[in-house]
Design a protein around this ligand. Sequence first.
Ligand code: ADP
Ligand code: F6P
Length: 329
Amino acid sequence: MKRIAVLTSGGDSPGMNPAIRSITRAGLHKGLEIFGVRNGYQGLLDDEVIPLNSNIVSGRIRDAGTFLQTSRCAEFMKEAGQIRALEVLKKHRIDGLIVIGGDGSLNGARALHRLGLSVIGLPGTIDNDLYGTDMGIGVDTALNTIISLVDMIRATAASHRRCFVVEVMGRGSGYLALMTTITTGSQVAVIPEFRMNIDHITQVLQRRFTSNHNNSVIIVAEGVCQGSDFMKRLLDTGKVEQEIRLTVLGHVQRGASPTHYDRLLASRMGEMAVLSLTSGEKGSMVATVNGRLQLRDFDDILDRRKALPGDAIRLARNIGIELGDVVES
Ligand code: ADP
Ligand code: F6P
């Protein structure tokens, strides 16, 4: 293993830059040549391969996003695209690839692995929906951003005795919504893992409206529906007297400077990816399990649905958060 490339793919997450920095520095320390592929798999097809050095990654530990840039690439979904990607890597005599991204990106990484390339993946997604790792790179930062924004909403909600519906990210997972509800003192989490009980929700709102707790916040995961659709459904019951306002947090959730947790996680995972490749490991993702890093085979983790942590669900219920009904599996 002499020449390693790194790319970021799918939705950006805060911590991708620290991971690239760590990969570059750890790789150089090992005597390797390190390359960056700009613009994800699309950049690989377009031959956007650049050499990385210590200066290029200097200071990047503080920046959200990914300076290598990222993309979604339909052409790479097909085998012909993947074979072309391998040809580009071969042209640059690159023998190992590190892919930082979410579930889709790591499926792409597995496709390259199956075609014979040495590939290691890092979980880069704020959704925390990747099976096999307790946390993804960027989750902690996104949650810190979301809770500071919801805290601000709480101030105006309390001042006006209003209910706020806040839509947060999470394409197929309620992780961000559940953790936000718990840590902001919000009353209701509407998440894909549970079937919302609209009667219970209106009861919670009415009870609070007619008591001293006359403001409420409902956190809706985008994976269930748009916040506006949820609001309509709530209003259509005709049972809510209170004024309701909607806030869609959107892409600011991905934009904060990485937290200590994410800088460290990304740095550790980046280093481990390099050490794994140089010791002959391939076809796996670096995961964090109970605080320790480990490699998990792509085949053991991809295509599996990650469950929400049971203790968080229990905690939410025990402190009075309305979650809805358990969806039968
Ligand atoms: P994320 O990695 O954040 O989940 P996407 O699901 O959009 O984001 O995937 C990012 C890119 O990864 C896709 O645009 C595509 O190029 C590639 N990809 C996704 N799924 C596959 C797959 N099954 N096989 C090959 N490549 C894939
Ligand atoms: O996968 C991460 C994520 O943030 C999802 O929660 C969201 O649905 C998606 O990316 C949105 O990405 P974009 O708007 O950049 O395509």
